[in-house]
Design a protein around this ligand. Structure first.
Ligand SMILES: [Cu+2]
Length: 344
């Protein structure tokens, strides 16, 4: 009887944690441009709030980690070579975004969902989009034109390169990096200087050409119509073959800090960019949830180098001080386990 009860309890626990959430209770994530100005201000204030909260990672050991936001940046830096250009890109960043959203809510009183940036709305002029137009309700605009200034992350044809000159993040300081993207190699730990303190401005180098090529409305339709996860990832993240896709296109279009594969979460637009990537994945999954919920393709090694462990739903991935380790299965459905969100 005792054994039976234990089994039943375990069964109930598993059922409870994997049960779908009530759709009416789900957090709605909206496009930045569709938010009321007061909602945009609330999100901006919540980011700035994290900068006034203490880090969990000790500054004494990691000098560049100065505040709660840096906990997220440092965690991303630490796992960079394990979570990019492979099967973990989408699930790991989905959870990273969820932890970010929950931290803004729990620690800074933010009441919304993390917004997203619909790439296809700004394929010709990034500086005209509500997220990057440099007004007080944007996430600041382009960097000053200074092609020599962009920390090794200049893109051909970029229109900025220097510090952002307007908007809420004009005097914002980033603390970590810059990094050399070529240091991000399979099985390689972060570089020696990874957690040094290097305060400087937020740099951007807009080049909407990347959006026009990799993130346009046709690409979004193709993403939704992808027949399997391999086809989806070929459009979203073909960087395993050294090619840019929608994920890389958004990073490169903003440029500057956003082009730094290790420390790009220092740019306030990072979470909105990954919100859109997650949205496209969720929309694709939602097209046939039963077969796509646990669809994975690739390994846990950067660029899917041969010999890496294939990622399955049972694979365990880590989030450092931000959370306990998670099985990938917990990260596959926006409405299961700890998640309860949807995209508008
Ligand atoms: Cu990343």
């Amino acid at each position: 009887m005792a054994v039976f009860s234990t089994c039943l309890l375990v069964l109930l626990a598993v059922t409870a944690t994997s049960a779908s959430c009530n759709p009416n209770a789900a957090t709605t994530r909206r496009e930045w441009g569709s938010l009321h100005p007061a909602q945009r201000t609330e999100y901006i204030d919540a980011i700035l709030c994290l900068r006034h909260r203490p880090s969990v990672i000790p500054s004494s050991q990691y000098p560049g980690v100065r505040d709660r936001l840096d906990d997220f940046v440092a965690t991303h830096i630490n796992y960079t070579s394990r979570i990019h250009d492979n099967a973990l890109l989408l699930p790991w960043h989905r959870h990273f975004l969820f932890l970010w959203e929950r931290t803004l809510q729990d620690e800074c009183g933010y009441t919304g969902g993390v917004p997203y940036w619909n790439w296809s709305l700004a394929t010709s002029n990034l500086s005209a989009s509500p997220i990057f137009d440099g007004t007080n309700t944007s996430l600041s605009g382009n960097g000053a034109f200074d092609p020599a200034a962009c920390d090794g992350h200049c893109n051909p044809g970029g229109s900025g390169g220097g510090c952002v000159t307007s908007g809420p993040f004009k005097d914002y300081q980033v603390h970590l990096g810059p990094f050399n993207n070529s240091d991000a190699e399979p099985h390689k730990p972060p570089p020696l200087h990874a957690f040094d303190y290097n305060p400087r401005c937020l740099q951007r180098d807009f080049n909407p050409q990347y959006l026009a090529q990799y993130n346009n409305a046709t690409v979004l339709e193709q993403l939704r119509a992808a027949t399997d996860i391999d086809a989806f990832l070929t459009l979203m993240d073909p960087s395993r073959e050294g090619v840019t896709g929608a994920h890389g296109g958004g990073h490169r279009a903003v440029g500057g800090a956003m082009s730094d594969v290790y420390s790009s979460p220092q740019d306030p637009s990072f979470m909105l960019h990954h919100g859109m990537a997650d949205r496209m994945w969720a929309l694709w999954q939602g097209g046939d949830m039963e077969t796509r919920r646990e669809a994975l393709n690739g390994t846990a090694v950067m660029h899917d180098e041969p010999g890496g462990t294939l990622v399955t739903p049972d694979f365990v991935t880590e989030f450092g001080v931000l959370d306990r380790p998670r099985t990938v299965r917990e990260l596959m459905d926006p409405m299961r386990y700890d998640y309860c969100y949807r995209y508008e």
